[in-house]
Ligand binder design. Structure first.
Ligand code: MTE
Length: 304
């Protein structure tokens, strides 16, 4: 990311924590989620599936005040305030391309597909900071089952809203807009891949990607595209924003991998937000058991 080195080097200081944990940061209030169901699985099963992490949750305040969302600002501590008036009434998600049943969904259509469940995932940013976040959402596979990809569909492309009036960062050329991301179809169908509509038991706030975002916990955080308006099934690998920006630094796969350094910094360790000292970064961010089989036979130092 643009300010990655600076961020990585200052993060370790206590002063920085105090700064982005200010209790006075102005931000949007979000409603409690009424449709969050308790998991059908036991905690032991959730741990086994990777749906729950046996680690301390990152404080809600840090998740809400330390963000990457370039459509609003490139200042991590500034996103909550810059996005606080972003309204998502009447939001629509258009799903099409190589599918049998293309459809434009309202948020209530989406919520009718599946109850929302809580998933507690690690999030590892490519800039080498990390959090543990209790998301609420449902697996992307449930949506794909509704639209039914055709036999030719091999990839899933995602697109963020493009509206420079509502997202003033899009008036700058810091990235090509709209922000786009992509997954291989098997990755999109993996049970860990979540369409999130909430966190900490409340609706997703603007700064974290309201009203709907992607979460792929074994990949670097930039794959988690926010405020999605379009999903397209394709035969070819779709372009992705950070890969277009710096192809030698950010690959299509972006799987968390402590053995493959970013050209400008090491990926071997990470700064867990709110913790002193650094942790070792885990292969696939600790989700090896759930995802490694998708990459068998691939050289992960080439397919970054
Ligand atoms: N999605 C959009 N549309 N725009 C962005 O700038 N930043 C990405 C990702 N999704 C980004 C985005 C990056 S770099 C990260 S690390 C995560 O969002 C941060 O998510 P968070 O702010 O909820 O922690």
């Amino acid at each position: 990311m643009k300010a990655a080195i600076a961020a990585g080097s200052v993060l370790a200081t206590g002063a920085t924590y105090r700064w982005f944990n200010r209790t006075t940061t102005p931000m949007a209030e979000t409603a409690a989620l009424s449709d969050l169901v308790s998991a059908e699985l036991t905690d032991a099963q959730r741990l086994q599936n990777g749906f729950l992490v046996d680690e301390e949750w990152t404080p809600e305040r840090s998740i809400l005040t330390y963000n990457n969302f370039y459509e609003f600002t490139t200042s991590k501590e500034g996103v909550a305030q810059a996005a606080m008036n972003f309204k998502v009434d009447g939001w629509q998600l258009q799903v099409g391309g190589l599918v049998q049943n293309p459809k434009t969904f309202s948020m209530s259509d989406l919520k009718a597909i599946s109850p929302l469940e809580e998933r507690v995932y690690r999030m590892r940013c490519v800039e080498a900071w990390s959090m543990v976040i209790p998301w609420a959402g449902f697996p992307l596979s449930r949506l794909l089952e509704v639209v039914q990809p055709t036999a030719d569909a091999k990839y899933v492309a995602f697109e963020t809203l493009h509206d420079p009036v509502r997202m003033p960062g899009q008036k700058t050329d810091v990235l090509d807009w709209p922000y786009v991301e992509g997954l291989r179809l098997d990755e999109a169908m993996n049970p860990l891949t979540l369409l999130a509509m909430g966190l900490y038991g409340k609706e997703l706030p603007p700064q974290d990607g309201a009203p709907i975002r992607l979460v792929t916990p074994w990949k670097y955080g930039f794959k988690g595209i926010k405020s999605i308006v379009k999903i397209t099934l394709t035969a070819m690998e779709p372009p992705t924003s950070w890969n277009r920006y710096a192809p030698n630094e950010y690959g299509f796969y972006a799987n968390v991998n402590p053995a493959v350094d970013h050209p400008r910094w090491s990926q071997a360790t990470e700064q867990r937000i709110g913790e002193a000292g650094r942790r070792k970064t885990l292969m696939f961010n600790g989700y090896e058991e759930q995802v490694a089989s998708m990459y068998e036979g691939m050289d992960l130092s080439v397919h970054i």
